[in-house]
Design a protein around this ligand. Structure first.
Ligand SMILES: Cc1ncc(COP(=O)(O)O)c(C=O)c1O
Length: 452
């Protein structure tokens, strides 16, 4: 009964996979926030180096992973694939459950898969400083780690609620040499404006992005890095699914169902897109399920419309599932899933019917995570608990239907810095936010009117 499916370093992917090559219809254009005309590379230049801008728009299927990036990936990649024998037994399911574990990275999640190439391309372009936002702290940690390896200063705006909940995340970022600032902050004009309106603002990813972008556009030696949502981020995360494909073959199985959690969509895309592309090219088809929190139900209750990526409306307009850029999700314990929008590529795939989306409340996700930890040993990040919950629900369905389907899910990070959330769960202090239609309609009423 094999438990771990391990690849040799020589089997690590040498190319990232780009789903844009296999979409039956192209992605809708990205629009300039001022003119509402399609953006060109020069519009994005204040924010990103040209190599990443090109990766944003390319429809090439395979993009070579530069050798210096692969050298760093080798610190933890290829990441293991596990068969969850004990969880299967605990559930009494005939299903076979596999999970790809991304928590083996130095930062504890999938986020370094894109932090490393982003730092690399910025270093190649002569950039000295990167600014960014972080929700859970996983992305800020990852970019801080990447900055330390590629000699780039990093300033991280950490969403206030997460900054307060997780002081040790900040300590890790500082250990890597980064500066970590709670957002909203006094450091930017937009942060000062938000604080003037509400000095106790708990922050949001949308606000933190606005602050990071504001600093980046003021200095030609500073650029901005985003930990999710953008096409190039999803491209970098494809290493997860590309490895998992090889590992499923080692296990002599192919997934009937693939499950991932969605905040901005990057870890979900990482595991799912290579399989989606395989099916679009005529290969075996897997059913794919995205799991999001009921308190931030972007895919299940949001609108597919043009919207801004940030609260101050400095970013381009992209067509995506959104709850409205003014939406501040409640301070629940999966900080990485508190984003008002969704990756345009994930949204496009949803519109094309390439996957299903479901939502769960935080308490049922913690319950799933605790069951997982007590059987498989790994304590998942609260974000990853959503994927665990989704996989368990699929396994229980298989039990009811007497099916021995193969379920693959992405365990995108460990929860070692999230233990305060687990303590709150055990103390019965967590509440499930019921999202009311009126609140949702109000947030959506602020969507920009776009003629495209
Ligand atoms: C562990 C973990 N999982 C998931 C996410 C959500 O992001 P994404 O949907 O881009 O994977 C985050 C974001 O911070 C995270 O830290």
């Amino acid at each position: 009964m094999q438990t771990k499916f391990l690849l040799d370093e020589s089997q690590m992917p040498k190319y990232w996979y780009n789903l844009q090559a296999d979409f039956p219809e192209p992605l809708p254009a990205v629009l300039h926030p001022g003119t509402q005309q399609p953006v060109g590379p020069s519009d994005l230049e204040p924010l990103f180096p040209m190599e990443l801008i090109q990766q944003e728009v390319t429809t090439e299927r395979e993009i070579e992973i530069p050798q210096p990036v692969r050298d760093v990936y080798q610190l933890w990649r290829p990441a293991p694939l596990y068969r969850a024998h004990r969880l299967e037994k605990a559930l009494g399911t005939p299903a076979k459950i596999f999970y790809k574990y991304e928590g083996v990275s130095p930062a504890g999640s999938h986020k370094p898969n894109t932090a490393i190439p982003q730092a690399f391309y910025n270093q190649q372009a002569g950039i000295r400083t990167l600014t960014t936002e972080t929700g859970a702290g996983q992305w800020g940690t990852s970019l801080s780690f990447a900055g330390s390896l590629f000699d780039i200063d990093v300033t991280v705006f950490q969403v206030r609620v997460s900054y307060d909940q997780k002081p040790y995340r900040r300590a890790v970022m500082e250990t890597y040499g980064a500066k970590c600032v709670p957002s909203p902050s006094e450091l930017t004009e937009f942060g000062r404006k938000v604080l003037a309106d509400n000095p106790d603002h708990t922050g949001s990813l949308g606000i933190a992005i606005s602050e990071a972008v504001e600093l980046a556009v003021q200095d030609p030696n500073t650029k901005y890095a985003l930990g999710s949502v953008l096409n190039h981020v999803l491209l970098h995360q494809s290493v997860i699914g590309l490895e998992a494909m090889q590992q499923m073959e080692m296990a002599d199985c192919w997934p009937d169902v693939i499950v991932g959690c969605t905040g901005g969509g990057s870890n979900f895309a990482g595991i799912a897109f290579p399989f989606m592309g395989h099916a679009l090219r005529g290969g075996e088809k897997s059913r794919i399920v995205a799991v999001e929190p009921s308190a931030c139900p972007t895919l299940t209750r949001g609108k597919y419309a043009y919207d801004y990526g940030d609260t101050a409306h400095m970013t381009p307009l992209t067509k995506m599932h959104t709850l409205g850029s003014g939406f501040t999700p409640p301070g629940f314990h999966a900080g990485g899933l508190r984003y008002h929008g969704m990756a345009p590529m994930v949204s496009h795939a949803k519109e094309l019917g390439l996957f299903d989306a479901v939502s769960y409340t935080q308490k049922e996700c913690f319950e799933a995570g605790v069951l997982f930890a007590r059987n498989e040993g790994i304590v998942p990040a609260p974000e990853a608990n959503h994927a665990v919950k989704g996989a368990i629900e699929e396994a229980l369905r298989c039990k009811r239907e007497g099916k021995d389907e193969v379920i693959l899910f992405n365990l995108c990070g460990h929860g070692h810095f999230d233990m305060a959330a687990y303590t709150a769960y055990f103390a019965g202090e967590l509440s499930d936010h019921e999202y009311d239609d009126q609140e949702l309609a109000m947030a959506l009423s602020g969507l920009p009117s776009v003629s495209a």
